[in-house]
Design a protein around this ligand. Structure first.
Ligand SMILES: [Cu+2]
Length: 161
């Protein structure tokens, strides 16, 4: 039963993912300190300030590995996220509320275009990067917001100490 559901989700999200993927050909703008927006969970990091690289895997089982990350406040972290699956996945950093709201939007508008510093859309077999500076202590999340993936549990936690 569980397997059937997972496969149904996978097949469904694969078609949605392609439409979504096309919208994401937009390249991420390069780092510009004057344009960095401060968010509750931090801000786009300067690639020259990276002091730590964290590697993650995403799979078609709708999981991130590791799914539980701890960083220090002020740290600029580079996430290198590899898609080990056969469908598009993405990593989006945010607060729990942000991600929930964003996942709802994605369900309604699967072709929504966006390419922000807090997200990486990664094709099967490829790797993506997010450079982020965590400026406030707290508990945040990262998730794959492709339709159905978040709901299937493709969510991880970042604790900023
Ligand atoms: Cu995904």
């Amino acid at each position: 039963m569980k397997t059937t559901l997972a496969w149904a989700l996978l097949a469904w999200s694969a078609s949605a993912a392609f439409a979504h993927g096309d919208a994401h050909k937009v390249n991420k703008p390069s780092f510009d300190a004057s344009k960095v927006e401060q968010r509750v969970f931090g801000r786009a990091g300067d690639p020259r300030q990276v002091i730590r690289t964290i590697r993650l895997d995403m799979t078609d089982a709708f999981r991130f590995t590791p799914a539980d990350i701890t960083v220090k406040r002020g740290e600029t972290v580079k996430f290198v996220v590899a898609n080990r699956g056969k469908v598009l996945h993405e990593m989006v950093l945010g607060t729990t509320e942000d991600l929930k709201a964003h996942a709802d939007m994605m369900r309604r508008f699967p072709d929504m275009e966006h390419a922000d510093a807090n997200m990486a859309h990664v094709k099967p077999g490829a790797k993506g990067e997010i450079v982020w500076q965590f400026t406030q202590a707290g508990e945040y999340q990262f998730a794959c917001l492709l339709p159905g993936h978040y709901e299937a549990g493709m969510v991880g936690k970042v604790v900023v100490k």
